[in-house]
Design a binder for this molecule. Structure first.
Ligand SMILES: Cc1cc2nc3c(=O)[nH]c(=O)nc-3n(C[C@H](O)[C@H](O)[C@H](O)COP(=O)(O)O)c2cc1C
Length: 207
């Protein structure tokens, strides 16, 4: 049974479509525990220069203020390392991911901890974990749709997660939420059917 890390980043809080889908997923995905990170401008600061320098400084060589600056990055990386399964609830905002999720990525992509440079190039260090990404979008961006080239959400996430070693990634799409109530309702049912297919209809029992 998995230890799950749930990361969500919608400005709509519990009314979020992507978070609702992630909760539907977790109701069906067998797991032992869930650690939840709600990303907002209040909880997830942008990376600044002091923090970045502290992140690049070896643990034994940091000043007191540098230790304080790196504490959040340490905590976020520890959550990632402890999880077997990572569930990302991701809204599409302006063709990409919310800036709070980008700030989270800037805090967890750390050389020597989550990736390293070797003779063969960069190597991701977060291995053997499953990732499920539940995306919600107002429009339609799947391959073949006219706006497919505007999807900077899924390709970016696949690239950066892969860079960190997370290459077992499954996307579940909830699209066309802004294209009328009937379409939104039908697509919610499709996304739920996809979740049930992926989880084999198993109802999760938290231990
Ligand atoms: C600031 C903002 C920007 C958005 N940009 C896009 C966009 O570029 N493409 C799109 O299809 N939908 C866009 N939407 C619609 C959202 O993707 C849609 O509302 C979705 O439900 C968001 O997921 P959430 O409910 O989990 O926040 C945007 C919504 C907001 C609030």
């Amino acid at each position: 049974m998995s230890n799950v890390l749930l990361i969500h980043s919608s400005v709509f809080g519990e009314k979020s479509q992507s978070l609702g889908l992630a909760r539907d997923f977790l109701e069906r995905y067998p797991h032992r525990s869930v650690v939840e990170r709600a990303l907002s401008p209040q909880t997830m600061p942008h990376l600044d220069g002091e923090t970045f320098v502290a992140m690049r400084t070896a643990a034994g060589e940091r000043t007191g203020p540098q230790e304080a600056a790196v504490a959040l990055s340490d905590e976020l990386i520890a959550e990632l390392e402890a999880a077997d399964t990572i569930v990302l609830a991701v809204p599409m905002y302006n063709f990409s991911i919310p800036s709070t999720l980008k700030a989270w990525i800037d805090h967890v992509a750390r050389a020597g901890r989550t990736f390293r440079y070797s003779e063969k190039g960069p190597e991701g260090l977060l291995k053997g974990k499953k990732v499920f990404v539940l995306v919600a979008r107002g429009g339609a961006y799947k391959a073949g749709s006219p706006a497919a080239a505007f999807d900077f959400q899924e390709p970016y996430l696949r690239a950066v997660l892969g860079f960190l070693g997370l290459d077992d990634v499954t996307f579940i799409h909830l699209e066309q939420l802004a294209m009328g109530q009937d379409t939104a309702t039908a697509n919610r049912a499709k996304a739920l059917a996809e979740i049930e297919r992926l989880t084999d209809g198993v109802v999760a029992v938290a231990a």
